[in-house]
Design a protein. Structure first.
Length: 136
């Protein structure tokens, strides 16, 4: 089931991101708008487009979220491999995406401070960053 949904979601997401999909959606809206006088702009006429767009939007949210989750996980795995492979990289950065937003923000600030400090201050900033990374 998971593999089938992944294939389906990838296919639909790729198709939805193509210019032809936009042209098709735009054409549907134009045809719907042009048919307004034919149906006297009735409530049913409006309900058709509202229902259609709601259903498509509802389903696309899940497909797009699935694709984004998969892409983000793949990106994290690639970055973790680079950290692992680079000799002077700090292994503590592997899997920090599982920390809270606050913890990641603290690490980011400590990194920025480490980069912008003078040599004497850099040692303290590096120690601070290492402390943040070790507690996880």
């Amino acid at each position: 089931m998971d593999r089938l949904f992944t294939r389906f979601s990838t296919l639909i997401s790729a198709a939805a991101g193509q210019p032809l999909a936009f042209v098709l959606a735009f054409s549907i809206v134009v045809v719907w708008g042009a048919s307004g006088p034919l149906f006297a702009y009735s409530d049913t006429w409006q309900l058709v487009v509202n229902t259609g767009t709601t259903i498509v939007t509802f389903l696309m949210v899940f497909l797009i979220q699935n694709s984004q989750n998969r892409d983000a996980a793949a990106m994290q795995a690639k970055l973790d491999e680079l950290i692992r492979a680079v000799e002077n990289a700090r292994d503590q950065f592997i899997a920090i995406e599982h920390l809270t937003d606050k913890e990641v923000e603290d690490i980011r600030k400590a990194l920025e401070q480490e980069v912008t400090c003078e040599d004497s201050e850099r040692k303290a900033a590096t120690h601070s960053l290492e402390h943040l990374l070790k507690r996880h």
